[in-house]
Design a protein around this ligand. Structure first.
Ligand code: FES
Length: 115
């Protein structure tokens, strides 16, 4: 089970929701289900409008993850990640802070999502 806390000036207060282990929904799907107003358009990793900051709360640091080429390209073109960060990702598998909510698949980590 993972706690996902959403925080944004667009909300009156932070919202924490619980995701069950093995939940294979996207972060955007969980946000929508809980009326968290993350902006989105394509829901397919192409427009970049759902970019959010994902910060680990477990104290273990971010887990190794795989970003799709689509997500890497959109984050790079939107200036959310640098070429250097992407190069580091290839070596360390440590995800950048900025992610696309529609492409981010839930893990078992507690996270803070800022948008
Ligand atoms: S909604 Fe377009 S990239 Fe996520």
């Amino acid at each position: 089970m993972a706690n996902i806390t959403f925080s944004s000036p667009a909300m009156k207060k932070d919202i924490t929701v619980y995701a069950v282990a093995g939940d294979r929904r996207s972060l955007l799907a969980v946000a929508q289900e809980n009326q968290v107003p993350i902006h989105y358009e394509c829901q397919d990793g192409e427009c970049g409008s759902c970019a959010v900051q994902v910060l680990p709360l477990s104290g273990k640091g971010p887990k190794g993850v795989h970003l799709t080429e689509k997500e890497k390209t959109v984050l790079l073109l939107s200036g959310k990640v640098s070429k250097e960060e992407l190069a580091r990702l290839e070596v360390t598998d440590v995800a950048p802070e900025w992610r696309l909510a529609c492409q981010y698949m839930l893990l078992d980590d507690d996270i803070l999502v800022k948008f």
